[in-house]
Design a protein around this ligand. Sequence first.
Ligand SMILES: Cc1ncc(COP(=O)(O)O)c(C=O)c1O
Length: 389
Amino acid sequence: MDANATTPLLPEVFEAMRPFYLEHYGNASSIHQQGQQARSAVDRARESVAGLLHCRPAEIVFTSGGTESDNLALFGVLSPGDHLITSTIEHHAVLHAAQSLEARGVEVTFLPVTPQGIVEPTALLAALKPNTRLVSIMYANNETGVIQPIDALAGIAHAGGALFHTDAVQAAGKLALDVSHHGFLKEVDLLTLSGHKVHAPKGIGVLYVRRSVQLSPMFHGGSHERQRRAGTENVPGIVGLGKAAELASGWLQSDGPTRLAALRNRLEQSLLAQIEETGVNGAGVPRVVNTTNIYFDHVEAEALLIALDLKGLSVSGGSACQSGASEPSHVLTAMGLSAARARASIRFSLSKLTTEAEIDEALLLIPEAVAHLRKLSPVHSKKGIAVSA
Ligand SMILES: Cc1ncc(COP(=O)(O)O)c(C=O)c1O
């Protein structure tokens, strides 16, 4: 139950990739037949990803993953003297890129969020300046699943003369992503995707760049990706991402999202009903269907994570990229949680492969582990709070 950290390759994705490792291993820039086979596979994958986003294939730039795409969006657009607006709950791929740009003379505003984890459009409006060149706000948060009002935010950015980037790594495969004139994302200029969150391999990602946007490359070399990202294409990875995009489009149109929401809701509601002093971080606002972030007061999330891991259940405290760090999650603290409550919070993130039986098993393991840890907690035993497990 840690699909927001990564997802397994789907067998169909692996099968689509295999020939491009073993037989059709050509360089997509070579003019011989081997090269042209690789080139047409890259072109087909580009069309599949464009289909997922409802954009033109030429607007897709393949990168090495979400981190590179986020960096390319920010570094590719901003120059010293420009103003960037982002939020305090972004993934480190955006936050740390913004801090690095700040050190190079870009002015940066980090917008706060509401206690539910929402960036308020009025806050963005108030932060705009004449030199605001880019606004970067994530679509769905990786820790809480909270969905931002991207259409309103992007509209405000455009009205203020700025470009709009969204990190859609955690929205992909869970929400429709439509950047066309009719879509919810019609005012988005730049959008980040990562392969390994949608059952494609690690090390492949996409930056969608609207045709009108001038982007400076970060890497200098060959003229790959229409001079927006130099480097020999990762053909098997690109093919895998193309296949995963096709499968994600089909799944989004099926009853899959409804089924996944039902599984997540059952997990969440049963945990809240069975265990006292718990609650959902980001409750009451739209969230992606696979994620729930729950605090278990008087329990150290790290201890719970280890206890569950020993029973074969993988979950995350804060975000996986931070594990090992003792700082409480920057997302939860930005939402106003105390450090203690943030450290008592666990993220459960399901995937389209999650089964009813796995939810049943988790519902046995989690209350038991929480009860055990609370018995050991001095605060808790003093208060004598009961746990029904
Ligand atoms: C919201 C978000 N953005 C960016 C990334 C980074 O993507 P990648 O692992 O492909 O570099 C992640 C990965 O956890 C993420 O959740």
